[in-house]
Every structure is written in structure tokens, then in C-alpha cells.
Design a protein around this ligand. Structure first.
Ligand code: NAD
Ligand code: TYD
Length: 347
């Protein structure tokens, strides 16, 4: 099977690519990535010479390039992760999100449809999406697969739009697809602009920890390798034209999560207990900040037997260990443009 993974040099994509390359020697895995600030081939250093792996540098917005690679490599499956993924960046530059997340997705759908239109059997377009399309929960309730879409940020609006296009291609042209909507991921190789890796990096550097608003916002956190395992399972065993929610059954208010992170970091860095907590600084809130996300992942659990395999405390410890052991990775990604980004967002 020839499988195209898009965005495979990014955070989640790199874990998906590694898993597929290692577990399926009989597949050919093509990783298409344009290598934005978030894409990094160092993430795949350990498998870059594998026989069943090929890297393709290209942009999903480039229609003729996309058509060309579908024509050349005759993909039978697509696992689509490439996206602009950071809410704060979507607030400053929404159009970049429209281009990659919506137009890029439609380019891939068109190319898949054109290649597969005479025979949809044993083909699959897997669209990786987010729980943020469902909007914000109050204190109660969980997102179900049937929850109405209600996106609030330019990021979630662009992902919601791409989800709708995928479903529309299923209904209109019969394209075989699956969509998954997952909660917040954390783990190794996460670019230090999102909460957990940003705060790990700032603690290492003794910099302030910028908590937005009152810190009472709630997210449901999942270890990235558990997400990659779910993607593998849904790609192979999920039902066509279905959505599956994926989540950690693991809700944390930001401030409680940050305090746990500070405690674990103090232990790892042999600093006196309470040192990192002193870095917590409440800053101006994110506009349109969603109060709470929480996933009901019982469908994927009942149908496919998936559930998270690590507790949050274990996952967080593995994550911290990875960042402390990979100082060079962290230094490389935080040099150059990162400083400009950080200055613009936080100073
Ligand atoms: P990421 O930002 O770490 O990686 C995105 C990757 O896509 C990068 O390698 C980047 O270079 C590549 N890319 C961006 N624009 C591209 C383009 N135009 N053409 C080709 N490649 C391009 O993102 P992530 O956190 O790994 O998220 C991957 C997917 O999972 C996204 O679709 C995201 O919406 C979804 N998702 C993420 C989370 C999360 O917590 N990170 C949760 C649920 C769903
Ligand atoms: P983030 O990791 O950006 O993921 P998302 O917004 O997609 O859920 O943010 C997670 C939570 O942490 C969110 O409520 C915003 C908050 N946050 C901060 O308080 N400070 C920060 O510097 C960042 C990046 C996020």
C-alpha cells in the first residue's frame, strides 16, 4: 500500500510516520511536508533511511504539485495532518489558516477523487481534526461526535470548514473518508509555542510563565503516542464516512496543570520545591478564549477498543525527560524566527 501522510515532519505527524514506518514494512510511507516553522526533519532522524520511507518537500496549497505526486505515486491511502495549528497565530494571521487548512485540504480531496474515482474500493482519505471545532463547553457536558460545530477561533473555523469539505466529498462523490476529532496533545517534539512545551522551555530558561486570564480554562490532554496509536487503528479498522472523537479522559484547569508541571520540573532540575511556581505570571487573556474542551471518547473505545495507555503524570514525566535530554533540538527550534515570534506575542 502506498500511503501519503501530510504534515509528517510536525509534532503529531512525526509520531504517526514513525509508527507506520516501523509497524508496516510492506507499506510505502510518503511524508509530504513543506517544512514551515513547525516542521522539522530532525523529528524523524531515526527512520530517515528506512526502505519504506520517502520524504516529499511540497506545499498542499500548490494544486499542480499535489496532482503531480498523486499521479506519480498512485497513493491508496491519505492521512492528512498538515495544517497551521496554533490558535494564537490564527488570531494574528487568519488567511494563512484559510490557505493551508481549507484550500490545502480541498486540493488533496480533489487529487484523491480524481485518482480513485473509477474504483473507491480499498481507498481511504483520513482527515485528522480537532475537538476545537465543537466550540466551548460550560462547566458540564462532553463533546460527542454528534455535537453541533460552533468554532470560535480562526484556527477552529478553518478546521471546521475542512471537516465539512471532507464530509461533502463523501456525500457528493462517494469518497471513502474517516475523520477524527482529538483533544489537546502533548509529548516529545512539540513546538514550544503551545502551553506545555513553551512552559517547559521557559522553566529551563528561568523565564516568566505567561498564564492567560485567570488560568481557569480547561483542556483534556492526551499523550501524543496514544493519538498516533488511535490514528493507526482508525485508519485500518474505522468505518467509512464516520467520525470518531479521541480524548484523554483527562481534564485539567490550566493553572493546576502548570503547578504540576512546575513541581515535576523542580524535581528534575534539582531546584528547591516552589522555584518554578514563582515564575507564574498572569497575562492578558487570549481573545475569544474557549473556556473548556472535554471529549467523550466512548465510541472509539466501544467500536475499536482504544483507550489511553499512559496516565497524565507518566506522560508528563516522559515529556519533561525528552525535553531535558534533547537540549539541542530545543535550542535549534528556538533560535532565529522563534525569538521574533516570542517578542511579538509576549513582550
Ligand atoms: P504542527 O503545527 O506541529 O505540524 C504541522 C505540520 O504541517 C508541520 O510539519 C508543517 O510544516 C506542515 N505544514 C503546514 N502547512 C503546510 C502546507 N501548506 N503544506 C505542507 N505541509 C504543511 O501540528 P500538530 O500539532 O502536529 O497537528 C497536526 C494535525 O493534528 C493538525 O491538522 C491539527 O489540526 C490536528 N490536531 C492537533 C492537536 C494538538 O493538540 N496539537 C489536537 C487535535 C488535532
Ligand atoms: P494551547 O497549547 O495554545 O492549545 P489550545 O489553545 O489549542 O487549547 O493552549 C492551551 C491552554 O493554555 C489554552 O487555554 C490557552 C492557555 N495558554 C496560556 O495560558 N499561556 C500560553 O502562553 C499559551 C500558549 C496557552
Amino acid at each position: 500500500m502506498n500511503i501519503l501522510v501530510t504534515g509528517g515532519a510536525g509534532f503529531i505527524g512525526s509520531h504517526v510516520v514513525r509508527r507506520l514506518v516501523k509497524n508496516y514494512a510492506n507499506y510505502k510511507i510518503y511524508n509530504l511536508d513543506t517544512l514551515t516553522y513547525a516542521g522539522n526533519l530532525e523529528n524523524l532522524h531515526d527512520i530517515e533511511d528506512a526502505k519504506n520511507y520517502t520524504f516529499l518537500k511540497g506545499n498542499i496549497v500548490d494544486e499542480s504539485y499535489i496532482n503531480e505526486i498523486f499521479d506519480t505515486y498512485r497513493f491508496e491511502g491519505v492521512i492528512h495532518l498538515a495544517a497551521e495549528s496554533h490558535v494564537d497565530r490564527s488570531i494574528t494571521d487568519p488567511l494563512a489558516f484559510v490557505k493551508t487548512n481549507i484550500i490545502g485540504t480541498v486540493n488533496l480531496l480533489n487529487a484523491a477523487r480524481n485518482l480513485w474515482k473509477d474504483d473507491f474500493s480499498n481507498k481511504r482519505f483520513y482527515h485528522v481534526s480537532t475537538d476545537e471545532v465543537y466550540g466551548s463547553l460550560g462547566a458540564e457536558g462532553l463533546f460527542l461526535e454528534t455535537t453541533a460545530y460552533d468554532p470560535n477561533s480562526p484556527y477552529s473555523a478553518s478546521k471546521a470548514s475542512s471537516d465539512h469539505f471532507v464530509r461533502a466529498y463523501g456525500e457528493t462523490y462517494g469518497l471513502p473518508y474517516v475523520v477524527t476529532n482529538c483533544s489537546n496533545n502533548y509529548g516529545p517534539n512539540h513546538f514550544p509555542e503551545k502551553l506545555i512545551p513553551l512552559f517547559i522551555n521557559n522553566i529551563i530558561e528561568n523565564k516568566p510563565l505567561p498564564v492567560y486570564g485567570d488560568g481557569k480554562y480547561t483542556r483534556d490532554w492526551l499523550f501524543v503516542e496514544d493519538h498516533a496509536r488511535a490514528i493507526d487503528l482508525v485508519f485500518h479498522k474505522g468505518r467509512n464516512h464516520e467520525t470518531y472523537n479521541i480524548g484523554g479522559f483527562n481534564e485539567w484547569q490550566n493553572i493546576d496543570l502548570v503547578k504540576l508541571l512546575c513541581k515535576q520540573m523542580d524535581e528534575k532540575l534539582s531546584r528547591p520545591d516552589g522555584t518554578s511556581e514563582k515564575l507564574i505570571t498572569y497575562v492578558k487573556d487570549r481573545p475569544g478564549h474557549d473556556l473548556r474542551y472535554a471529549i467523550d471518547a466512548s465510541k472509539i473505545n466501544k467500536e475499536l477498543g482504544w483507550k489511553p495507555s499512559v496516565t497524565f503524570e507518566q506522560g508528563l514525566e516522559k515529556t519533561i525527560d525528552w525535553y531535558l535530554d534533547n537540549e539541542e533540538w530545543l535550542n535549534n527550534v528556538t533560535s532565529g524566527d522563534y525569538q521574533t515570534y516570542y517578542g511579538k506575542m509576549y513582550n
